[in-house]
Design a binder for this molecule. Structure first.
Ligand code: ADP
Ligand code: MG
Length: 248
């Protein structure tokens, strides 16, 4: 079953066609990578999915919801979470406080009232948050002030903040950008570890090693459109892909 269906999406910036009739379907429970040269439109597409950019034309269906025209917070509540290219965290607060905020915010109204009233509910949310911090190797830093942490730690924290929301779909825009080989491998291991949570993932990635070790399906974008799609092995040997990278 497709959890996400993108149909005929177009977006122009002045005279530039950033997205040119994009069609892309994502199957529930899979890791779907989007690759392509710089300027291909990958981030623009992700921004359309989360409501930060409104496409000129087209439709996006997610898990029975029409997404276009909805506000970012409504899309978030429908079950889409996103990791940004630069971490967006609360620097003055501790690691645990950072994950508790989205954990509370993502619960429904009735549960929020219970959280306020009942220590047992708060403990349940805290226990879930701790489990995620453990998975992401952040548990030893639970009481650390975030501003004092490294950039890599902040990125892991941001991922934790997404996971506590229990999203149905997680969007990652270049999660290994600017990382050393060692940190990149680390991130791949973490992403594999959280794969057990059965969250569908769409990952934009420039590092082919990451793409081929994680993805079930790969879509290749060039000049605003999807030029090839398939399993990693098919994509590796596709001449159109080679050409897009060499020519792009
Ligand atoms: P990618 O993420 O694949 O590198 P982007 O989606 O960031 O590509 O950009 C696609 C094209 O759209 C690029 O040519 C970029 O310069 C242009 N672009 C992106 N955002 C804007 C914007 N807000 N205004 C004008 N042009 C933009
Ligand atoms: Mg980008």
């Amino acid at each position: 079953m497709d959890i996400l269906a993108i149909n005929g999406v177009n977006k122009r910036f002045g005279g530039l066609r950033a997205l040119d009739n994009v069609n892309l379907n994502v199957k529930e429970g899979t890791i779907h990578a989007i690759i392509g040269p710089n300027g291909a439109g990958k981030s623009t597409l992700l921004n359309c999915l989360v409501g930060r950019i409104i496409p000129d034309e087209g439709s996006v269906d997610f898990n029975g919801h029409r997404l276009l025209g909805r506000h970012p917070h409504q899309i978030n509540q429908a079950g889409i979470a996103r990791v940004f290219q630069t971490p967006e965290v609360f620097g003055e607060l501790t690691v645990m406080e950072n994950v508790m905020i989205p954990a509370f915010a993502s619960t429904d109204g009735a549960f929020q009232i219970n959280l306020w009233r009942r220590a047992a509910d708060r403990r349940q949310v805290a226990a879930e948050a701790e489990e995620i911090l453990e998975d992401l190797n952040l548990i030893d830093q639970r009481d650390q002030i975030v501003n004092s942490m490294s950039r890599g730690d902040k990125r892991r924290l941001e991922l934790a903040m997404c996971l506590v929301q229990k999203p149905k779909l997680l969007l990652l825009d270049e999660p290994t950008a600017g990382m050393s080989r060692a940190d990149t491998n680390n991130t791949v291991e973490l992403l594999k570890k959280i794969a057990k949570r059965k969250i569908t993932k769409v990952i934009i990635e420039h590092d082919m090693h990451v793409v081929f070790s994680l993805a079930d399906t790969v879509s290749v974008m060039a000049q605003g459109t999807v030029i090839a799609e398939g399993a990693p092995d098919q994509i590796k040997s596709d001449p159109r892909v080679q050409e897009a990278y060499l020519g792009g």
